[in-house]
Design a protein around this ligand. Structure first.
Ligand SMILES: Cc1cc2nc3c(=O)[nH]c(=O)nc-3n(C[C@H](O)[C@H](O)[C@H](O)COP(=O)(O)OP(=O)(O)OC[C@H]3O[C@@H](n4cnc5c(N)ncnc54)[C@H](O)[C@@H]3O)c2cc1C
Length: 378
């Protein structure tokens, strides 16, 4: 370690690790939780670059979802039925694990349902999705054990008070969480198990030797027998061969709205745009498809092109004729790749990774953490 640390700090806080995890997002924290539950004697540390977790896990929309019909149609173009079934199962089982591990109350889980909405100009597209409802109810039925998942529910459009939406497909098993409460509960649980989390600690380089993994950070050098990389969109910065491309997601949230009628999580434009109710407000995000190249960035930030699109949708379609103030805007970064499947693997002896949640890590993150923990043989 660097010299400014005392003998005591070095001995008790900063050395003797069996496992070090890079990244304190949902995947890194669940990897820590799973490992410690399986092997309580292991000394585990989590190194996090941010002051708070700096990735997607504290920035997301909090949809507890496993796929709208149009998203699943798109995903089936990238992989076989078996592969996509495996991914849907990971999302479903991941959500179950998240809820069981932290408790519905702690994460404010609500099963208001999910809705895919289509504008009047998209009737052909809507019909092509509606035609697929029986197929997807059967396909997902074999994975999640329910056969009444998706159904047309146009009656709700007027109830929600939206304008220009003419078709709506409901997924009755979709839910939503409070992302901040979930991450706060997860951090408390991990720390309560005696796992140290070091913030403002950016890993700059991983050096492997025959006995251990050496992590060079802005705070000094850490060593452990095994290292798990759980940096999602940032994966390539430390392991350049990983197929992970960043995709920034921009979000806005309104002020509280009196008499808000909208309740549930909503998907629009093949999942590229999404909105939900939270604390009497509307949270709305997405629009990455308007400027794909510019949004392939790890840098935080918002842009006029996307924010203007989101505001137009909010004012004209979601909350028509209501003058609602935008209270806050932010961005977070997701990890994508050629395949929808996440990368959970041993990169080399002592070095493991669990990255590339493809924008659905709230759903599958807990399971990815568990899976990478199971690869470690200590
Ligand atoms: C705007 C937005 C909306 C989303 N909405 C949803 C949703 O509704 N439902 C859903 O299922 N998913 C959603 N997601 C995706 C979901 O949030 C992610 O898939 C999930 O959080 C990924 O978790 P993770 O632990 O893999 O990565 P992250 O949460 O990104 O964590 C990686 C961590 O690694 C840290 N790190 C990076 N490099 C280093 C380094 N060199 N040294 C130390 N630490 C480092 C980062 O600071 C970060 O904290 C959304 C994402 C965004 C951005």
């Amino acid at each position: 370690m660097i010299n400014s640390f005392s003998y005591w700090e070095q001995k008790s806080f900063l050395s003797g690790f069996d496992v070090l995890i890079i990244g304190s997002g949902i995947v890194g924290l669940f990897a820590a939780l799973s490992l410690k539950s399986q092997k309580p004697k292991l000394k585990i540390g989590v190194l996090e670059a941010g002051f708070l977790p700096g990735g997607a896990s504290t920035k997301n929309a909090g949809f507890a979802c496993f796929g709208s019909i149009s998203e699943l149609i798109e995903e089936l173009k990238t992989g076989s039925e078996d592969e996509i079934a495996g991914i849907i199962e990971m999302r479903w089982r991941g959500l179950k694990k998240l809820r069981e591990s932290l408790g519905d109350r702690a994460i404010s889980f609500e099963q208001y349902g999910g809705y895919e909405v289509f504008k009047s100009s998209e009737t052909d597209f809507a019909n092509s999705c509606i035609e697929q409802i029986p197929y997807f109810n059967k396909f997902l039925g074999s994975i999640i054990g329910k056969t009444d998942i998706y159904a047309v529910n146009n009656a709700k459009i007027a109830e929600f008070g939206m304008n220009g939406i003419t078709n709506m497909i409901k997924n009755k098993y979709e839910g939503q969480i409070d992302t901040g409460k979930m991450m706060s509960a997860l951090l408390s649980k991990v720390q309560g198990m005696g796992i140290a989390i070091f913030n403002n600690c950016r890993v700059q380089k991983i050096e492997s030797n025959s006995n251990d993994q050496v992590l060079i950070t802005n705070q000094g050098t850490f060593k452990a027998s095994a290292v798990i990389l759980a940096t999602n969109a940032f994966g390539k910065e430390l392991i350049p061969k990983l197929d992970v491309v960043p995709g920034r997601g921009q979000v806005l949230i309104t002020e509280p709205i009196k008499g808000l009628k909208i309740k549930g999580s909503f998907h629009y434009n093949r999942g590229y745009t999404y909105f939900r109710n939270i604390d009497d407000r509307i949270l709305l995000g997405g629009g990455r498809d308007l400027n794909f190249e510019a949004e392939q960035t790890l840098d935080p930030g918002i842009t006029d092109i996307i924010q203007n699109y989101l505001e137009k949708l909010l004012n004209e379609t979601i909350l028509p004729e209501q003058k609602v103030k935008i209270e806050h805007r932010w961005s977070g970064v997701m990890g994508f790749g050629k395949e929808v499947k996440p990368i959970v693997e041993k990169i080399q002896p002592g070095l493991y990774c669990a990255v590339r949640c493809n924008g659905m890590g709230v759903a599958m993150g807990s399971l990815l953490g568990e899976q990478v923990a199971m690869l470690i043989d200590l």
